[in-house]
Ligand binder design. Structure first.
Ligand code: SF4
Length: 435
């Protein structure tokens, strides 16, 4: 099973979609490597003969990108550059039966929870002793830690429960062991991720245990920053904020997707929360953790959304001034409860509304960055580009938030923390000097 050119199989894993998918690819890499199979991630050199495409099936754009990536790899196989192309991840989980018929050239399709079956293709065993172990694909000073799989929520627009199943928390001991091993490898910052972070523990401990998990992780020596992503606003456990205040190494940062702010839309989206309740929650969060950085995600163009709904959302942004905002255009997903509604907002209007909303946020972001000029922040150095260092404060997560552009006469190490005095502010990024 070797391309004519290769002495030994070499597997390239291509990951699409979210950080949760990335962790799955890292776990697969770790298992393959432990079975002495050569494995690389996002290999630019074509010196591999087998590809595993870990797909995303979340929304139209993501599905399109997944299909195109599969077809690109099959083209390489057709030209004899590859022996095998395997596909896993959410798109495969969701549409396997159709895809097997439509793209028969793929050697095998796997669901999101079928790692042992993938390994079988390589005559490799699933090594349980490796639980929590993985081959990091991120720079070695930070890592994503997936604390649970799946989701029990029923948001009308969301297909994730169809692809990832119900909520399953990882036990605290397992996560502590995983993070200890990451810190031993040089990780200083972890992003805690899940489909729904605040639900942690309700299945295995019959109560919300994220604060307890945070206490356990924060005690790990060498862990500088713990960051919370994907918190669900409804019935938000305020004890999380107490844990945040108890530990200096838990970033004053919270990513809490709200999706919209008009009660008409929140109801139609089945978000189990009202604008008034969200307002009260935001006030409580800012009271309990002064200076906290709030990130949220919104959807533009959900079925039935009116101009008034959009105005309400813009007013909500101006009132609450989030630090970071991401936006998606609504995608009409089969088998979600919203699919029974008429997708009556045109693609053009969805794009226009998303643009309008981000223009409001752009102004807020610049104003907030201007407030940082003259102040000094602890910054982690992520990379060097074009002679400048780029880093982040505790208020910036990787990939999705702002960057700090750093000028330094001295050589800085990737992964080191330095103090930076901010000298300039831009719409999204800030600039400064090491002090
Ligand atoms: S909480 Fe998130 S993952 Fe779960 S259904 Fe809602 S949007 Fe989807």
């Amino acid at each position: 099973m070797k391309a004519r050119t290769l002495q030994k199989d070499k597997v390239n894993i291509i990951t699409l979609g979210c950080s949760k998918n990335l962790v799955d690819s890292e776990v697969l890499s770790g298992q393959l490597a432990a079975n002495e199979i050569d494995v690389v991630h996002e290999n630019k050199k074509l010196d591999h003969n087998i590809v595993v495409v870990n797909t995303c099936g979340f929304i139209d754009k993501a599905k399109e990108e997944s299909i195109n990536t599969i077809l690109d790899q099959l083209e390489l196989k057709r030209r004899g550059k590859l022996d095998k192309v395997y596909v896993t991840g959410c798109l495969s989980e969701r549409y396997r039966n159709d895809l097997e018929k439509e793209i028969p050239e793929v050697d095998a399709w796997f669901g999101t929870l079928e790692l042992p079956l993938i390994l079988k293709q390589f005559d490799a065993d699933y090594k349980t002793e490796l639980l929590g172990e993985r081959l990091l694909s991120t720079p070695k000073h930070y890592a994503y830690v997936k604390i649970s799989e799946g989701c029990n929520r029923t948001c009308a627009f969301c297909a994730i429960p169809l692809m990832r199943g119900g909520h399953i928390s990882k036990p605290i001991e397992e996560l502590v062991k995983e993070v200890e091993s990451l810190v031993q490898k040089g990780v200083k910052e972890i992003m805690l991720i899940a489909q729904e972070l605040t639900y942690y523990g309700l299945d295995i401990y019959k109560k919300r245990e994220l604060p307890k998990l945070l206490d356990a992780l924060a005690a790990i020596k060498g862990l500088e920053w713990i960051r919370l992503h994907y918190a669900y606003p409804s019935k938000f456990p305020l004890e999380i904020l107490d844990a945040m205040n108890r530990h200096n190494n838990i970033c004053k940062y919270l990513d809490m997707p709200l999706q919209h702010a008009s009660n008409n839309m929140l109801k139609a989206m089945r978000r189990n929360i009202t604008r008034e309740e969200m307002t009260e929650l935001i006030h409580t969060i800012r009271e309990k953790v002064p200076g906290i950085c709030l990130r949220t995600t919104l959807i533009a163009g959900f079925p039935g959304e009116t101009e008034d709904d959009v105005e309400e959302l813009k007013e909500f942004l101006k009132l609450h001034r989030f630090d970071r905002v991401g936006i998606f255009q609504y995608s009409h997903e089969e088998n979600t409860s919203a699919y029974d509604m008429e997708d009556n907002i045109s693609a053009e209007i969805k794009a226009e509304r998303a643009q309008e909303i981000m223009e409001v946020q752009q102004e807020i972001s610049l104003e907030k960055n201007m407030e940082k000029v003259g102040k000094t922040f602890k910054v982690v150095i992520d990379k060097k580009e074009a002679g400048r260092y780029l880093g982040r404060t505790e208020f910036d997560s990787v990939e999705v938030d702002n960057e700090v552009i750093i000028h330094s006469k001295n050589k800085l190490q990737i992964g080191e923390f330095v103090n930076v005095q901010i000298t300039k502010a831009y719409d999204y990024d800030i600039e400064g000097e090491v002090v």
